[in-house]
Design a protein around this ligand. Structure first.
Ligand code: SF4
Length: 220
C-alpha cells in the first residue's frame, strides 16, 4: 500500500472512532484460505451491534463472490430482499447488475461483491456517516483479504465514503480515484439505473472504461 493510500485508510479509521489496529492474518500464509477466512468473518460479524443498523437486521449481508477476484464491486447497502436472503444484489437491481457484468464479459463468479454497510437501513434510506464509518473496517478487511486489482464503486454514497469527498457522482465518475492504493471507477448504482433508465448510456461508458482496465490486467 502506498503512503498516500495508507494515510487515507488511517484517516477513515480515525473518523470511525477506531483507536487500535490489529493485524489482519497474513493471507499469503499457506494456512490461510481466503474463502474460509471470509466465511469465518461473516459468521463473526453476524451479531454486530456497532451501529444503529443492527436493529433492522434480519441477515447480515457480508458479501459474496470469488475470494481471489481481480475486481471488487462495492455498493451502498443491502435492501429488503438482501436483508431477507443475506446475499448482496438480489432482486431487480441484482438482475440488472448481472446483465451489466455480462455486457463486459464478466460473471458474478468472477468478481467479489460487497457493500459499504452490511445491514439494511430501514426504508432503504442512505446510511448515515456514522453508520458508514462504523462498518467501513469490515470492507477494508475484505479488501485486504481479497486483494483485488480494481474496484468498481456503485452509487454516490459508496463513492463519497471511499474517496472521502462530498462531490457529485458526475464528478466522481469523471475523476480517477483509488482506495487503499487500488484504482477505482465510479458509476451508477443498478437501483438508480432502474429508476432512471436514461442513465444507462453513461453507465455503459463507465463500464467500458472499467472493462478496458480489467482486460489490460491480462497483459500486465
Ligand atoms: S451496518 Fe456494519 S457496523 Fe452497523 S451493525 Fe451492521 S455490521 Fe455492524
Amino acid at each position: 500500500m502506498s503512503r498516500r493510500a495508507l494515510i487515507q485508510y488511517l484517516e477513515l479509521l480515525k473518523q470511525s472512532g477506531i483507536r487500535h489496529i490489529y493485524q489482519v492474518p497474513d493471507t499469503n500464509s499457506e494456512q490461510q484460505d481466503p474463502r474460509q477466512l471470509l466465511q469465518s468473518l461473516s459468521t463473526k460479524y453476524a451479531d454486530c451491534n456497532k451501529c444503529p443498523l443492527a436493529a433492522g437486521r434480519i441477515n447480515l449481508v457480508y458479501g459474496e463472490g470469488n475470494p481471489f477476484a481481480r475486481a471488487m464491486l462495492i455498493g451502498e447497502a443491502p435492501g429488503e430482499k438482501e436483508n431477507l436472503s443475506g446475499r448482496p444484489f438480489v432482486g431487480a437491481a441484482g438482475q440488472l447488475l448481472d446483465k451489466m457484468l455480462a455486457a463486459i464479459n464478466l460473471r458474478r463468479e468472477d468478481v467479489y461483491i460487497a457493500n459499504i454497510v452490511k445491514c439494511r437501513p430501514e426504508g432503504n434510506r442512505n446510511p448515515s456517516q456514522e453508520e458508514r464509518l462504523a462498518c467501513l473496517p469490515y470492507l477494508v478487511e475484505q479488501i485486504r483479504i481479497i486483494r483485488p486489482r480494481l474496484l468498481l464503486v456503485m452509487g454516490l454514497v459508496a463513492a463519497q465514503t471511499l474517496f472521502g469527498n462530498n462531490e457529485t457522482l458526475a464528478w466522481n465518475r469523471s475523476h480517477r480515484s483509488e482506495f487503499m492504493g487500488i484504482p477505482a471507477w465510479s458509476t451508477y448504482h443498478p437501483a438508480a439505473l432502474l429508476r432512471n433508465p436514461h442513465w444507462k448510456r453513461p453507465a455503459w461508458e463507465d463500464l467500458q472504461d472499467f472493462q478496458k482496465a480489467y482486460e489490460s490486467l491480462n497483459d500486465a
